[in-house]
Design a protein around this ligand. Structure first.
Ligand SMILES: *Cc1c(COP(=O)(O)O)cnc(C)c1O
Length: 407
């Protein structure tokens, strides 16, 4: 008799975005003349940079001609893209990452979901709270979480990101094996400096742990002293896997392209001192379960690193960061404690109330939609997330409404 993977029964249903959608559509139905501004969106709003569109479309042309047509590509990604990534994102910043340590994929979501497959079922997992839910849910599916109790799973170590620690959680008392860190952080907008990341890298080297570093928002870093990659920390290549994405960087959320760095120095030893290369294992995993990203998409991603592409990406990021600045200044002017909105498209606001109560108040009184922080984890209670992914016009209007309502 067939049986299901019973770990799926341990998953907590996430009603966050469906509840928001329901509340918004109900409000609109009862107030058809009101214009709602959605500041909760975690998706980009600007179109693809023209350099990417040109590369994308000329690659499509190639696919339509017999002499330039390409079928299956390398599972790890085309060399042209992996080399562009290694040169621009790492070597240009003094990090020695080689193209064969880079694995191109269809998304940071899939990579951050799948990477846990490389580790044993009984490793202890540490996850930030509040958090991008993929890391937790995929470990629940894989049977690492234990039972849910009181909104938390028994076998997960939660790392609370709260104002008391500047959203940079302390190293936990118990030993943890697989550590998920995301900086610039979604949802809090917090950034990590080198001193902070070094603590984790040193910890991981001492305890033989592995860090999964999600740098999906790296492109939003503008401060000189904020590291763009965990490999800026000495020794990180032995203990860290880094995940990046073209989604937030260059508007690829609907186009799909990302990459994961698995350094060759990431070697795990078992009890018998047999050594296992995570790079070799991830190659095996990807070539077994994944057939690569489409050729035109990889050409479009390569164009992110062209002179024009770099300039256009920078302009788009600057546009979002200016949106974030306008929102953050409006909120701070009203006396709210804010994180992010600098080096990040997200602003995390301490509302001093219940997250949903604040959400309802903003929708009802100002027709502004935010994301309740409690939806990202227990430690997010009392906070809401604003996103800078919007038009300038909407952002200015939202800032005005906030000032009128709360000023
Ligand atoms: C948006 C986001 C991703 C997803 O990126 P894709 O490449 O579009 O799958 C990954 N991690 C975090 C923290 C994100 O916010």
């Amino acid at each position: 008799m067939i049986k299901i993977n019973s770990n799926y029964s341990k998953l907590k249903a996430s009603y966050l975005f469906s509840t928001i959608a329901k509340k918004v559509s109900e409000y609109q139905k009862n107030n058809p003349d009101k214009k709602i501004i959605k500041m909760g969106i975690g998706d980009v709003t600007l179109p693809l940079p023209p350099a990417c569109v040109a590369a994308f479309s000329s690659a499509v042309e190639e696919m339509g001609k017999a002499d330039t047509f390409r079928g299956y590509g390398p599972e790890q990604g085309y060399e042209f893209l992996r080399k562009a990534i290694a040169d621009n994102d790492f070597k240009a910043r003094g990090m020695d990452i080689e193209p064969d340590e880079i694995f191109v994929s269809d998304g940071a979501k899939s990579d951050s979901a799948n990477i846990q497959e490389l580790f044993a079922e009984d490793v202890r997992v540490a996850i930030q709270d509040p958090v991008y839910p993929v890391y937790l849910d995929t470990n629940v599916m894989a049977g690492r979480s234990g039972e849910p109790a009181d909104g938390r799973y028994d076998n997960i170590t939660y790392l609370p990101c709260v104002p008391q620690n500047n959203f940079l959680p302390d190293i936990p008392a118990e030993t943890v094996d697989l550590i998920y860190l995301c900086y610039p952080n979604n949802p809090t907008g917090a950034v990590a400096d080198k001193t902070y990341l070094k603590k984790w890298v040193d910890y991981a080297r001492e305890n033989k742990s592995i860090i999964i570093f999600d740098a999906a928002y790296e492109a939003f870093i503008t401060d000189e002293n904020i590291p763009h990659s965990i490999y800026e920390i000495e020794g990180a290549k032995e203990v860290a896997i880094e995940i990046r994405s073209f989604s937030k960087t260059a508007g690829f959320t609907g186009t799909r392209c990302a990459y994961t760095v698995v350094p060759k120095e990431c070697i795990i030893k078992d009890e018998n001192k047999t050594e296992y290369s995570l790079n070799a294992m991830w190659f095996r995993r990807q070539s077994t379960k994944f057939n690569g990203v489409s050729y035109p998409v990889q050409r479009a991603a390569e164009a992110v690193y062209s002179e024009e592409g770099k300039k256009q990406v920078k302009e788009n990021i600057a546009y979002y960061l200016e949106n974030a600045r306008i929102l953050r200044e409006a909120l701070e002017g009203l006396g709210y404690e804010c994180t992010g909105g600098k080096n990040s498209p997200y602003i995390w606001i301490n509302t001093g109330k219940d997250s949903w109560e604040f959400f309802d108040m903003l929708l009802d009184k100002a027709q502004i939609v935010c994301t309740p922080g409690s939806g990202f984890g227990k430690a997010g209670e009392g906070f809401v997330r604003f996103s800078a992914f919007n038009s300038r016009e909407n952002v200015i209007e939202a800032a005005d409404r906030l000032k009128r309502l709360l000023g």
